[in-house]
Design a protein around this ligand. Structure first.
Ligand SMILES: Cc1ncc(COP(=O)(O)O)c(C=O)c1O
Length: 401
């Protein structure tokens, strides 16, 4: 027997998973850099800081001590125990480290496992957009319906509860949200979250809450975990990780906190994808994530982000034609370029080609207005000042033309 398969065609589940538009900007940035052009990047969602020194040293020690074997599928027990305390201190919620916490190889893996574990073909998943790219692709991979609820700048990118209500059907299995948000920088208010949770309880759906930026909040804004609302621990999956707060993007370590019943399903996906996350990283982190030195270095990074946020808003205020929604969390700001009569995609590409400044047009993150360009301020103050000097120059040239 000879099959008729075209072996070069990917699985059906990939048909709706398109390469990200953002890649156009990132690929072109790499080419320009390769040519030696002095590119300043506001495009990466990645802290420019080094990982705290205690974490690096403890991990090197763990390797030297041969902590290089397979570990528990659920994650290294002392790290789970530490995370119990860490989460409790931040959110007030007590997760049992033996049954309700799962260590994953990144928040990206945690999102993948959570969606794979609960979303079936034909299910509907509500996503508040613009949003981090993974959500849509993972939902599409499951053959589920991506139900998109656009957030609007007019109300500070807070959730339009009536729009969510109108989108709920008897097929709604899950709502995916991210606060503090990439890309809007919004931190959903207590009342907003409470109303969302009431809908989840009333209509019986899960909330997958990506809380990876929970420590990055400014100007008195308050972070509230979705699991802290009544009836939510049993119907929420909290995803977080070490990439942003601890400047550990390349280490690939994250975690999930949820009820024991939900965790059981997610664990099965984790088990058959990565088996367990790297042992020596978990051992290193368990020894070092709470040392005074690590805490101090994390606080310094958080303070630097707060200063950069202020600086970037000040510099934007000096450029007529560009407006923004004040961000209260994460390290992103959405800039409206529409007053310059240009689309966000064209603005981003022009800025990159003419001034060597890289940004992300939010259309690549499911912004439907075509007006917003996302700037990440995970870069030095020096880069911010020089980058905005170039942006101002380009905008002035555009306004004169
Ligand atoms: C909202 C959001 N969730 C998850 C991630 C992925 O984090 P990790 O590096 O842990 O995979 C990112 C990274 O940019 C993000 O912005």
């Amino acid at each position: 027997m000879v099959s008729s398969y075209d072996l070069n065609v990917g699985a059906k589940r990939l048909e709706k998973v398109e390469p990200s538009l953002i890649r156009t900007v990132l690929d072109r940035t790499a080419v320009l850099r390769g040519e030696g052009k002095p590119v300043i990047a506001f495009s990466a969602g990645e802290p420019d800081f080094n990982t705290p020194s205690d974490i690096k040293e403890a991990t090197i020690r763990a390797i030297t001590n041969n902590q290089t074997k397979y570990g528990s599928n659920q994650g290294y027990p002392p790290l789970r125990k530490l995370l119990q305390g860490y989460i409790k201190e931040e959110t007030g919620i007590d997760y049992d480290p033996n049954t309700e916490i799962l260590i994953t190889s990144s928040a990206a893996e945690a999102l993948n496992n959570s969606i794979m574990a609960f979303v079936d073909e034909g299910d509907e998943v509500i996503v508040l957009t613009p949003a981090f790219v993974s959500y849509k692709s993972l939902i599409n991979m499951c053959g589920a319906k991506f139900v998109d609820i656009p957030l609007s700048a007019e109300n500070g990118f807070q959730v339009d509860i009536e729009a969510v209500k109108a989108a709920i059907t008897d097929k709604t299995k899950m709502l995916v949200m991210n606060s503090p948000s990439n890309p809007t920088g919004a931190v959903f208010s207590y009342d907003n979250l409470k109303q969302l949770c009431e809908l989840a309880v009333e209509h019986n759906f899960l909330i997958l809450s990506d809380e990876i930026y929970s420590r990055l909040v400014y100007d008195g804004a308050e972070f509230h975990s979705i699991a802290s609302f009544p009836g939510m621990k049993e119907r929420s999956i909290i995803v977080s990780g070490f990439s942003k707060t601890f400047a550990m993007t390349g280490w690939r370590l994250g975690y999930i906190a949820t009820s024991a019943k939900l965790r059981g399903h997610i664990l099965r996906v984790h088990q058959y994808s990565t088996t367990c996350s790297p042992t020596f990283i978990q051992v290193g982190l368990a020894e070092s994530m709470n040392t005074p030195n690590t805490k101090k270095q994390v606080e310094e990074m958080l303070a630097a982000f707060a200063n950069r946020r202020k600086l970037i808003m000040k510099l934007l205020d000096e450029i007529p034609g560009l407006t923004y929604v004040k961000p209260y969390g994460a390290f992103y700001i959405m800039v409206d370029v529409s007053a310059l009569n240009i689309s966000s995609m064209d603005f981003s590409m022009k800025l990159l080609e003419e001034k060597y400044v890289a940004t992300v047009p939010a259309v690549g993150l499911d912004d439907h207005t075509g007006k917003y360009v996302r700037f990440s301020y995970a870069t030095s103050e020096e880069n911010i000042v020089e980058g905005f000097r170039r942006i101002k120059e380009m905008v002035e040239e555009m306004r004169k033309a």
